[in-house]
Design a protein around this ligand. Structure first.
Ligand SMILES: [Zn+2]
Length: 100
């Protein structure tokens, strides 16, 4: 068996950058699918008892810039199917992990 000998000069000319698309890390993650209606697109996150406090600084010209916000959720956070309104809160943790 003969080894394939190729001219490195030729190869060098022909070589192009091949961009290998990395597979997204979530390839193997199961998509959230509503077990009741099969919806896998529309979801609601429903938070109860939310206090939104935002810290603003007033600028010289009278406009305001938000500095930070301190949002506190006192109630339950529910995760709801956007189609049939079933409670999918058990998927909420996965939802948060997949939230970008
Ligand atoms: Zn549903």
């Amino acid at each position: 068996m003969r080894e394939k000998v190729s001219s490195t000069k030729e190869e060098g000319k022909k070589r192009r950058f091949v961009i290998i698309k990395k597979q997204p890390f979530f390839t193997n993650t199961t998509r959230i699918v509503c077990p009741f209606c099969g919806n896998d697109e529309d979801f609601w996150e429903h938070a109860e008892g939310v206090t939104i406090k935002t810290h603003y600084v007033q600028n010289e010209d009278g406009s305001f810039s938000p500095v930070s916000d301190d949002t506190q959720i006192f109630g339950e956070i529910r995760f709801i199917c956007g189609k049939c309104n079933s409670d999918l809160t058990k998927y909420h943790k996965q939802f948060l992990e997949m939230l970008f």
